[in-house]
Ligand binder design. Structure first.
Ligand code: AHR
Length: 323
């Protein structure tokens, strides 16, 4: 009986293997299309999901693209594997939204050797040789941090402030730039005190968990500087569950300015939100079109971004936004 079962299993595996197309065979079907392998950080935030949608809409089959997305679940090693798979599959372009800044030299040298152009989006990378990527488009994260600190200084001046800092994914440009902005603010304002700092990995669940722990420990604070909206949502839930009113008992500073967060700015729960624009799909499409036409896109492009508080936000502004 055991032997019959074993034979049946072997037969099933052989049949499945025979039916499954090899990656190369799969791509041959798309000869008339531009094949793009997109290594995405994950699905950790509303920002990230808006970014993925933007890429899907712009690099669509109607527009002449075959887009292969790999979700790295916020793990760099998964991105490295995905890039190697894309090279092996023979894609025309690789788009990389990097988790962290460091650690890309080896795999990008492999892409360069295979002559696959690499476009970096959103966060930056730090490599020895900048010919390892074709170009980058994304946000000025340090400027975003400076904007947030500027708002705090304008509203509180030299009043004593106890600040809780929820950091994003450690080592990502978004975390590094926004943290540098706050550190510069702390150095300039001796009355400001950093009472707590930890990473919430850009997720709502982690943001809530960290603030709940602080409240349980009885740590007192006036401001939460949350390095993205999702962690701010979690922090707000934790405050409300503890009977505190965000915006009144605690000032919330956040980043991304996604639709849900701007509703909270309107409601006075988030006091200041710095935009981080996720709509990179059409920008990447324009870069690829330029490269296809033999052109040379700028090496580095910073996108324009705004800031929002209760004094500047209007329903009209919100309705005109794409995320
Ligand atoms: O790199 C952009 C950041 O990554 C966004 O602020 C955050 O929401 C996302 O996860």
């Amino acid at each position: 009986m055991k032997r019959i079962l074993l034979m049946a299993c072997i037969l099933a595996v052989l049949m499945l293997t025979a039916c499954a197309p090899t990656p190369a065979a799969t791509l041959e079907t798309y000869d008339d299309m531009i094949v793009v392998g997109f290594s995405q950080v994950g699905a950790e935030s509303d920002w990230r999901n808006a970014n993925t949608r933007s890429m899907q809409e712009a690099l669509s089959e109607q527009n002449g693209y075959r887009l292969i997305i790999d979700d790295a679940q916020q793990k760099q090693e998964r991105q490295i594997t995905a890039i190697r798979n894309f090279i092996h599959q023979g894609v025309d372009y690789i788009v990389l939204a990097p988790t962290t800044e460091k650690g890309w030299d080896t795999v990008l040298a492999e892409a360069k050797a295979a002559k696959v152009p690499v476009i970096i989006v959103d966060r930056m990378i730090e490599v020895e040789d900048d010919s390892l990527f074709t170009c980058w488009i994304g946000s000025d994260f340090r400027k975003e941090g400076d904007e947030a600190v500027g708002w705090l200084a304008q509203h509180f001046g030299e009043k004593p402030l106890r600040i809780v800092h929820l950091q994003g994914n450690l080592g990502s440009s978004a975390q590094l730039g926004r943290t540098q902005g706050l550190d510069a603010g702390l150095a300039q304002h001796p009355a400001w005190e950093l009472v707590y700092r930890d990473t919430g990995d850009f997720t709502q669940a982690k943001g809530q968990e960290l603030v709940e722990a602080l409240l349980t420990q009885g740590i007192q604070f006036d401001v939460i500087y949350s390095e993205n909206d999702n962690m701010a949502y979690g922090a707000i839930d934790a405050l409300k569950n503890a009977g505190l009113q965000p915006g009144e008992d605690v000032t919330i500073i956040s980043f991304d300015a996604s639709h849900r967060a701007l509703e909270m700015v309107m409601a006075g729960e988030i006091s200041f939100d710095v935009e981080c624009n996720p709509l990179h799909g059409p920008r990447v499409q324009a870069i690829i079109e330029k490269l296809e036409a033999g052109g040379k896109p700028p090496k580095l492009t910073y996108v324009e971004e705004s800031t929002f508080d209760a004094a500047t936000i209007t329903r009209e502004i919100m309705d005109g936004r794409g995320y």
